[in-house]
Design a protein around this ligand. Structure first.
Ligand code: SF4
Length: 481
């Protein structure tokens, strides 16, 4: 990909195109317009494999107003349809083609693409608009050219952008149906039966230490790549972001730890992550990038897990919105008790199985509950609260007690008075040193990334000392996801 920016294939594009733009952030004040995102209900991107004679190679169609026709600073609906053909291309590759839209759009200077499928969020910068990126047409041309040069299995490709709100609404159910049938096809195979797992590092442009481990029963965080998609992707593009993982030895069946997974993640995260437990939100959970569809979060007051998805408006039961909970887990980190995940993973028998699976889930938005209802054990469905049953932890506690949710049995066990432990020798020494006036760190972190001068520096087991700490309130950031 490094060569892309040197190629002449983008000479007619008004802005630069290259891997250096991957991971670019466009703040609200710097954006010309945005498509999709949290304030737009209907948006989608969809790839379709078609017969050769139905594709006009390189054609870009825009249905509805173009960038230059839209009011600066506005948010608009968008559908992106990528239709491809090739002698050896079949429908099993649609998911693979679709997920590349994310990477390729992010190569364009001043274009930021986040998330996937029905959750897309695209911002175009004012700077690139002023440079001449005033139409979706050159963006479509870049997509067509990158698809053909990066995935030679594609012989013909055409791209359609739909900005007409009525047309987006018309096609939206079709896109949702396509995602569902793709997901349904991937259900059935068990992790124990698979000869290999797959990994994906596509999101490292935004979360440099993140590695998705994709197994038959643990769908990717973004919900856009199944085990079958990953298998197909690694076979047609072995040097691409999706790669095969030899499972190695099963170290812990309950938590889902495999020696091959640990090794692959260690290597691909540059030594940052050494161990991954696939089926739990605690201890060494799977890392979370930033484009996960939902977050599972621990609620200590009830010893249960809540789940909130990206499109849920308002605060989750613990008073925090999705954006805050997502910030607490995103960035390629392993955060004990927080877990970025896909909706499809919630349909898996391995869904947080080491934590109790659905027996441990106490709250989730109604919309998500409806979507996964058929996969929740029947006797539990009414015991799991939604925003209609509880909007605070106190209300949740009463609800769970009334319904006799399985977590209630855990409370009794935990209420037994604990005998305070005597301080260990090492702790006693530390207290003594503090009393003697030793300077204490003002911040500690197992891993603290700093970006400066074009380099990324990771401080491991960092302790920061300061003579003075100044705490200031900052303006609320409406741009945070
Ligand atoms: S969430 Fe995971 S599978 Fe999806 S694009 Fe990112 S790294 Fe790949």
């Amino acid at each position: 990909m490094e060569e892309i920016k040197k190629m002449s294939m983008f000479k007619d594009i008004p802005v630069d195109v290259g891997v250096i733009y991957e991971g670019q952030r466009i703040r609200r004040n710097d954006m010309q317009v945005e498509f999709g995102g949290p304030s737009v209900k209907e948006k989608f991107e969809l790839a379709k494999v078609k017969p050769m004679d139905e594709i006009e190679d390189g054609k870009v169609t825009i249905i509805g107003p173009d960038i230059k026709d839209l009011k600066e600073g506005g948010s608009y609906p968008l559908g992106i349809l990528v239709e491809a053909a090739g002698a050896t291309l079949d429908q099993s590759l649609e998911g693979v083609i679709e997920r590349r839209i994310h990477g390729y759009l992010n190569y364009i200077e001043g274009v930021m693409h986040l998330n996937q499928r029905y959750d897309i969020w695209i911002r175009l910068s004012k700077k690139s608009f002023q440079k001449g990126l005033t139409s979706l047409e050159p963006i479509g041309k870049v997509l067509c050219r990158l698809f053909k040069s990066e995935l030679p299995i594609i012989e013909k490709v055409q791209v359609t952008f739909i900005t007409d709100p009525a047309k987006v609404s018309e096609l939206y159910p079709e896109a949702m149906q396509a995602y569902e049938s793709r997901d349904a096809k991937a259900r059935g195979l068990k992790d124990e039966e698979a000869d290999k797992f797959y990994g994906c590092t596509l999101c490292q442009s935004f979360a440099p230490t993140h590695v998705c481990v994709i197994t038959p029963q643990r769908y990717s965080n973004c919900g856009a790549i199944s085990w079958f998609d990953a298998k197909a992707s690694s076979s047609i593009d072995p040097k691409g972001p999706v790669f095969a993982i030899d499972k190695g030895q099963l170290i812990n069946a309950e938590k889902g730890e495999y020696s091959g997974v640990d090794e692959a993640v260690r290597k691909r995260s540059m030594g940052e992550v050494n161990r991954v437990w696939l089926y739990t939100a605690f201890g060494s959970p799977h890392t979370s990038c930033g484009c996960f569809e939902a977050v599972a979060f621990y609620i200590p007051e009830v010893d249960g897990l809540g789940i909130v998805n990206r499109s849920f408006k308002g605060a989750a039961v613990n008073g925090l919105p999705f954006s805050t909970l997502a910030d607490s887990t995103a960035g390629g980190r392993q955060v004990d008790g927080f877990h970025g995940l896909s909706i499809e993973y919630m349909r898996s028998q391995k869904f947080l199985s080491a934590d109790g699976g659905w027996n441990r889930v106490v709250w989730l938005p109604k919309e998500v509950k409806e979507r996964v209802k058929d996969f929740i054990p029947a006797d539990l469905v009414d015991k799991i609260a939604t925003e209609e049953n509880a909007t605070s932890v106190d209300a949740l506690k009463s609800f769970l007690k009334d319904k006799n949710h399985p977590v209630v049995a855990r409370w009794a066990a935990e209420e037994a008075p604990a005998v305070p432990a005597a301080p260990a020798e090492a702790e006693a020494v530390e207290v003594k040193e503090e009393a003697a006036g030793t300077m204490m760190p003002v911040a500690t972190a197992a891993s603290l990334p700093i970006t400066a001068g074009g380099f990324k520096i990771i401080l491991k087991d960092a302790k920061i000392y300061a003579n003075k700490v100044i705490i200031q309130t900052v303006k609320s950031d409406t741009d945070k996801r």
